[in-house]
Design a binder for this molecule. Structure first.
Ligand code: NAD
Ligand code: GLY
Length: 370
């Protein structure tokens, strides 16, 4: 893992390394072996990813003298369901797993979230490793231990905090990722700049196009910076009682959009997030917390990259503000029936508030739907 960059998530005895670089899957076996307790691994992947990377990973694990089996899930957001979780855990149990079996999640956020959740509940907890293969998973979902599935009531409502033993982000895998998915992942990168890092946002304004067009050095820099910020937040507030809540900037709106569209391909998670980020800043400007020019600056960047920033770009006329507000009411972050939102006093100055009413949000949603 020669020229790769290494970071760590500091959680005492549950700390782990994040490795970011090129061509890492080829040699991942040795690294996995050093970080897990047993020698039996089961790779969980989805059809699209397995086609490209399963054999490479399997060979690398077998070269490291790990005993290796695999399970291939259907791809797409609908896989994060109780039905698929049931099939997955029953299949794993029928394979005769023990507490020294390790699951390897090879794929995007969907595979990572459901595999991590399965690891958290099987035999009261077995090891798992994340090998994220989407930009979104490399900058966000593979780090920090949020695992889970969706419910008809909303996004990620069933799950557990459960940390992996290791994260290996191989940027070479991004070469086969469709452009739409690259852009969706990029919106989570922008999120970090908007939360607390204006310097990073300025870097993205200059280099974002390169990140999205596949420049490896720019991708590694963007992933390392994002993971650095994420691991700081997670190390400080693993269970999201304070600072980690900021990582949900744009997500209350975003999750409502995804739930409204039935977790389908119509709107990808990252696309819902870019609209959500934009709405969070629009609301902040409306409340006089930040300037309209900052909202325009963010929207200009999304336009340049090719990401949506208005609800009307992805939702049709059948959606009214109340459709989204109903889902916002189910958001996990809400306390005592009060909406929890992340707003901003400017780019890089996000904060959490419980002082916003649904009536403040409704006109904003209405105008974004037009
Ligand atoms: P995804 O896992 O559905 O992957 C997107 C698509 O790309 C899928 O069709 C997949 O098969 C395909 N794919 C993946 N890697 C590929 C590759 N290298 N080459 C070709 N095709 C590839 O989606 P995602 O955007 O990675 O993840 C979205 C999920 O992540 C959502 O469910 C979201 O809630 C979750 N998420 C979780 C966290 C967390 O902290 N746990 C954070 C952010 C998002
Ligand atoms: N994606 C937000 C978090 O992990 O906290």
């Amino acid at each position: 893992m020669g020229n790769s960059k290494k970071l760590s998530v500091d959680l005492k005895e549950r700390s782990y390394e994040i490795i970011v670089g090129k061509d890492l899957i080829k040699t991942a076996g040795q690294k996995i072996k050093q970080n897990i307790s047993g020698k039996d691994i089961i790779i969980v992947s989805d059809r699209n990813v397995a086609k490209y990377y399963l054999t490479e990973l399997r060979n690398s694990c077998e070269n490291a003298k790990l005993s290796c089996e695999e399970i291939i899930l259907p791809s797409g957001e609908n896989t994060k369901s109780f039905n698929q979780l049931n099939l997955l855990v029953e299949r794993l149990l029928s394979m005769g797993i023990s507490r020294t079996t390790t699951l390897i999640a090879l794929g995007g956020g969907v595979v990572g979230d459901i595999t991590g959740f399965a690891a958290s509940i099987l035999l009261r907890g077995i090891d798992f490793v994340q090998i994220p293969t989407t930009l979104l998973a490399q900058v966000d979902s593979s780090v920090g231990g949020k695992t889970g599935i969706n419910s008809s009531h909303g996004k990620n409502l069933i799950g557990a905090f459960y940390q992996p033993k290791l994260v290996i982000a191989d940027v070479s895998t991004l070469d086969t990722l469709p452009k739409r998915q690259i852009l969706a992942g990029y919106s989570e990168i922008v999120k970090y700049g908007l939360i607390n890092n204006l310097t990073f946002f300025k870097w993205l304004e200059k280099n974002g196009k390169e990140v999205c067009s596949g420049n490896k050095q720019s991708q590694i820099k963007a992933i390392v910076e994002s993971c650095k910020m994420k691991s700081e937040f997670v190390s400080e507030d693993e269970l999201e009682n304070s600072k980690r809540t900021l990582l949900n900037l744009g997500h209350t709106f975003g999750h409502a959009i995804e739930a409204h569209t039935g977790f389908s391909n119509k709107v990808l998670h990252g696309e819902a997030v870019s609209i959500g980020l934009s709405l969070a800043f629009e609301l902040s400007a409306k409340l006089g917390l930040c300037s309209v020019s900052e909202v325009e600056r963010i929207q200009t960047h999304f336009k340049l990259i090719g990401l949506p920033f208005k609800l009307s770009q992805l939702l049709d006329k059948s959606c009214g503000p109340d459709n989204l507000i109903e889902f916002m009411k189910n958001d996990k972050k809400n306390k005592n029936g009060k909406l929890t939102l992340i707003l901003a006093r400017g780019i890089g100055k996000a904060f959490v508030t419980n002082k916003i009413n649904y009536s403040d949000v409704k006109p904003l949603i209405s105008s974004s739907l037009k």
